[in-house]
Design a protein around this ligand. Sequence first.
Ligand code: HEC
Ligand code: HEC
Ligand code: HEC
Ligand code: HEC
Ligand code: HEC
Ligand code: HEC
Length: 400
Amino acid sequence: MGLTARAQGDAAKGEALYKANCTSCHKIDQRMTGPALGPAITSETDDKWLTKWIQNNQALIAAKDPKALKIYNEYNQAGMNTFTNLSDGDVANIIAYVRTEWKTMQDDAAKKGPATGAAAESGPSSALIFGLIGVIIVAFIVILVLNKVIGTMERLVLKRKDLPAEELEPETEEVAVDKFATVKRLAKNKKLVFFFILAGTVALGSWSWVTMWNTNVHQGYQPVQPIAYSHELHAGVMKINCQYCHSSAYKGRNATIPSLNVCMNCHKVVKTESPEIHKIYDALGYDPQTQKYDTTKARPIQWVRIHNLPDFAYFNHSQHVKVAGIECQRCHGPVQTMKEVYQYSPLTMKWCIQCHKRTETNYKGNAYYENMIQVHDRIKRGEKVTAAALGGLDCARCHY
Ligand code: HEC
Ligand code: HEC
Ligand code: HEC
Ligand code: HEC
Ligand code: HEC
Ligand code: HEC
């Protein structure tokens, strides 16, 4: 043992143990099923208590340890596994690993500064705004200086004309008395007032333009989901087709999240002992022992929605996926490599419009466009064309 009471663990050995035992429920910097471990295992946390908790949290809870009860209740009594197989030394290694990892993460974050992905995206636009403000300030200073110069020159001209000194005196006195004389004089200057109105309009205009372009930028948004479902595993390693779970993306407006019954096609038999899979069972009211469903016990899973356009923007998946033949990944990124899905594209109006400007439509052999060509010919021949002929009977035209 070391000289201090703190267990001196080996972070390298801890890493392997941590990855094997803890990552299914914990992350170091984010809440998952269990708390974020970085902030929970700080240098202040009592290692003895931690060791007891990690080895057998249920014993601590049964003994009504106040801290253990508090955490247990805070996490809706989700219940952590016991790890009686881990020795004190193993636990010390895990703790050492979490502490070093967390410290590196914090140091990295400090280096990067508060800028996030979203801030980086809106970077050029704030640069634009600051640039504009800079130009306005410089212009203002130039005008002030010019005004001074003009004032001095005017005075010189007046003096040349040999006007009586008294006429000049009161004005200079007034300047000394009234501190705001300069401001008043500037306010009378029509050119200056016009300049300010112009600058104000330009600044306000560009601000609203940038705001509209970037409405609701949530790029990089990656919420923790209630079940640690991984696209990397299912869509990547196991190569399950996106269509298997998101078939509605090919049929209509929404891609929709699959119902848990789709998961049960496999998980009735696959990984039945996993606590994550038990969440599926609980949500469906399924009892793996009797293999029966009790719908009164069902508690639907609340997946956290990641992509979300504002209601006033209409986006239709099938139009892009089926009609235009665009791959999911062009808009959603490499989902098949994502353990947790995050928002890959900015989903701004700018993003939609830039793609519309650059992408050719795929009109050959497309029933929609063939119909349009027929309609076009009928119009040319002067025949009647109904709204129905223009697709006015398609359900999705009227129903969201
Ligand atoms: C099956 C999921 C699961 C696994 C696996 C798991 N934990 Fe937990 N852990 C939890 C939950 C849930 C809590 C919150 C308390 C509760 O509900 O029991 C928690 C709480 C904790 C806490 C207390 C945090 C605090 O706020 O003080 C520590 C420390 C901890 N876990 C460490 C670990 C370590 C280390 C491992 C790996 C050896 C591990 N856990 C594995 C689910 C898990
Ligand atoms: C086995 C079923 C399954 C397969 C296969 C699958 N997904 Fe998913 N997908 C889900 C579930 C469940 C969620 C909700 C949980 C989550 O966000 O991880 C989801 C969420 C998503 C989301 C985020 C939705 C939101 O909330 O905005 C996108 C985007 C997505 N999937 C795209 C894809 C793509 C692209 C593929 C194919 C490469 C694919 N998925 C394959 C089940 C599946
Ligand atoms: C085509 C079969 C199939 C479907 C459908 C499927 N899974 Fe899986 N899933 C698997 C397999 C196989 C594994 C285990 C891989 C392994 O051995 O680690 C797995 C692993 C998992 C795990 C990790 C379990 C653990 O503790 O390691 C979770 C969570 C999970 N699936 C959730 C889901 C959810 C949620 C759905 C429905 C949206 C779903 N799965 C649909 C086959 C499937
Ligand atoms: C042209 C870009 C684009 C393509 C291609 C695309 N998506 Fe999306 N996806 C979006 C947008 C935009 C949203 C947000 C829609 C909203 O909030 O109304 C979204 C939302 C989603 C959602 C969340 C649920 C929903 O419908 O709002 C899922 C799941 C999803 N997409 C899966 C897919 C899958 C699977 C594919 C491929 C078959 C795909 N997407 C192709 C742009 C795209
Ligand atoms: C990856 C490129 C891409 C992105 C990104 C994209 N679109 Fe499209 N969009 C297309 C293509 C290509 C078409 C033409 C499809 C066709 O042939 O009908 C289209 C068609 C449309 C149409 C139908 C236009 C019509 O003919 O009536 C609407 C509406 C639309 N997109 C909305 C959006 C919105 C809203 C977004 C952003 C949230 C978006 N799109 C993002 C490529 C894209
Ligand atoms: C031209 C526009 C239009 C088209 C096309 C259209 N609907 Fe409707 N539909 C409506 C309107 C409007 C209502 C609401 C009527 C009311 O509230 O009295 C409605 C109501 C409904 C309802 C009843 C909803 C409820 O909550 O009572 C259903 C179901 C429905 N439509 C299905 C469809 C299907 C399926 C298609 C495609 C075959 C379709 N609609 C095509 C306009 C349309």
